[in-house]
Ligand binder design. Structure first.
Ligand code: NDP
Length: 496
């Protein structure tokens, strides 16, 4: 069993308290992946001090040089992809094909950042005065606090940390307590690639201790957070005290709409992947399936038959389709939602129990679960469950389907399956979500495209692609007057 440490100001250190916490394999809870420092406010203080002092130097490193380091990071991630994927599966349970994809997302994000290092474009504009030059350039912000969840332990930290570093910000990183080993491996790779001391710092520990200490710290200039909506609200309120900039990527209640003219086999592959991939624990997971009444019965039969064939097990086995859920409290929460659904009168057509077959007894496994006859007003249709539970709702038309899709406080991902181009475009226009897929599942973000949601899924920022660089830089407006005399802007010269 490995003993892990924080990395602060260029040194591997224990928590000042000396306390530790364990991280266990959710497919086999007797296996301890490692012990980690249970840090507190004093550890965060030290990390923020190191990041502040490193900022003075890092901001002056030319952006293409920062990009070269991130290109090396991409190379190292590629070289270690399999080893990292296996560590991640042991740590949080999802199957190897998905953990490899998670690392690949980090590789793509690294190479994108390296490419962006030769752009990071500003703008020039004509001045309203003669002999005056006007431009806006991007400058680093300062110390970035990065707080991340466990479901994409490599991809999500890279979506935040790589753009922050490329832009010249320094980082204090608090990963989820369920995935600290993958996060530490990422920091090790950043160091090996040449990130200087103090520029990246990792502090392990609980959310309300370490996470909140980062958010509240007066010398942290911005916070990028991905996690649940309730925690996002707390972070937003706490950050308001120091008026720091906050990017929030929060929960979802994503739906797939299947119209009567859809390719049903394609729609079936989509919903199986969307609902039960990552054991339903993606922010973009399909947790509602909205079926046109004309295909409802046929599709339900197809869905139940295929879901029954999904094989549960340890994600390290290539035969496994669905791994465990992350931990015992989460499994309990999922089961409570199943009881709520039964109590609300939904029709439990498959699953609904803790899975206890061969090889499952020592892990946090839950049966893939399907509710039919779900009505939009039910709690299981409105609240994020974050597990392998799918609620199916019947509708009569495209308009009703879109209204059901929109009937939630969240707005992350959405999908419509149809062969009718007119219906597809009407749905694209009317669905209130940050992402809409046509004839593809609700999951499948690409690293070079904006990622994020509307309503209570976020606060308007986007990760990924070119858009994330707006968050990690300030716009500085620069005027150069080469007239040699005072020129007064904003004077109404036409009417003088
Ligand atoms: P949480 O909100 O519980 O935790 C996310 C992170 O915040 C963890 O590092 C956690 O630490 C930390 N944290 C917890 N409480 C606080 C606090 N009071 N102050 C500061 N930090 C805190 O989410 P989960 O990790 O359970 O992740 C699942 C959630 O994330 C789902 O709601 C999912 O939809 C959402 N998500 C959203 C995505 C998006 O892009 N929109 C992508 C992926 C997930 P600790 O682990 O120590 O508790």
């Amino acid at each position: 069993m490995k003993k892990y440490q924080n990395f602060i100001g260029g040194k591997w250190v224990d928590a000042k308290s000396g306390d530790v916490f364990e991280n266990r394999n959710p497919a086999n809870w007797s296996e301890v992946v490692g012990t980690f420092p249970k840090s507190g406010r004093e550890d965060v203080d030290e990390a923020v001090r190191a990041a502040c002092s490193a900022f003075d130097r890092w901001r002056l490193v030319p952006v293409p040089q920062r990009g070269d380091i991130l290109r090396r990071v991409g190379d190292l991630l590629s070289a270690r992809k399999e080893e990292l994927a296996r560590l991640m599966t042991r740590e949080m349970g999802k199957v190897l094909i998905e953990t490899r994809g998670d690392v690949q997302e980090g590789i793509d994000t690294a190479y994108y950042a390296a490419g962006e290092s030769r752009r990071l474009f500003g703008r020039t504009a004509p001045s309203e005065l003669p002999k005056k030059f006007a431009m806006a350039i991007r400058v680093p912000v300062g110390v970035a606090g990065v707080v991340t969840p466990w479901n994409f332990p490599m991809a999500i930290p890279t979506w935040k940390i790589f753009p922050a570093l490329l832009c010249g910000d320094t980082v204090v990183f608090k990963p989820a307590s369920d995935t600290p080993a993958t996060a530490t491996a990422l920091v090790e790779i950043l160091l090996e690639a040449g990130i200087p001391e103090g520029v990246i710092n990792i502090v392990h520990g609980g959310g309300s201790d370490v996470g909140m200490a980062i958010v509240e710290h007066p010398d942290v200039d911005l916070v990028s957070f991905t996690g649940s909506t309730p925690v996002g609200k707390k972070i937003s309120a706490a950050a308001a005290v120091t008026l720091k900039r906050v990017a929030l990527e929060l929960g979802g209640k994503n739906a797939q709409l299947v119209m009567e003219d859809a390719d049903l086999d394609l729609a079936l592959d989509g919903v199986l992947w969307g609902a039960f991939g990552t054991t339903g624990q993606r922010c973009t997971a399909t947790s509602r399936l909205v079926l046109h009444e004309k295909i409802y019965d046929t599709f339900m039969n197809m869905l139940v038959a295929r879901t029954k064939k999904l094989r549960l097990g340890d994600g390290l086995s290539e035969d496994t389709d669905v791994g465990p859920v992350i931990n015992e409290p989460q499994r309990k929460a999922i089961h409570q939602y199943v009881e709520i659904g039964v109590g609300e009168g939904a029709d439990l057509v498959l699953g609904g129990k803790i899975a206890t077959g061969d090889g499952l007894k020592n892990g946090w496994f839950y049966q893939p679960t399907i509710f039919g006859g779900v009505r939009p007003e039910m709690r299981i249709a409105k609240e994020e469950i974050f597990g392998p539970v799918l609620g199916v709702i019947k509708v009569k038309s495209l308009q009703e389907g879109v209204a059901v899709l929109n009937d939630t406080i969240y707005g992350l991902s959405s999908a419509i399956y149809t062969r009718d181009i007119n219906k597809a475009f009407e749905a694209i226009r009317d669905i209130k979500a940050g992402i809409t897929y046509v004839n593809a599942p609700t999951i499948g973000a690409e690293a070079h495209m904006p990622f994020g949601g509307v309503k209570q899924t976020g606060n308007g920022h986007r990760e990924g692609g070119w858009t994330v660089y707006d968050f990690f830089t300030e716009w500085k407006t620069v005027y150069v007057d080469y007239s040699g005399r005072i020129q007064k802007a904003q004077i109404d010269t036409y009417h003088q």
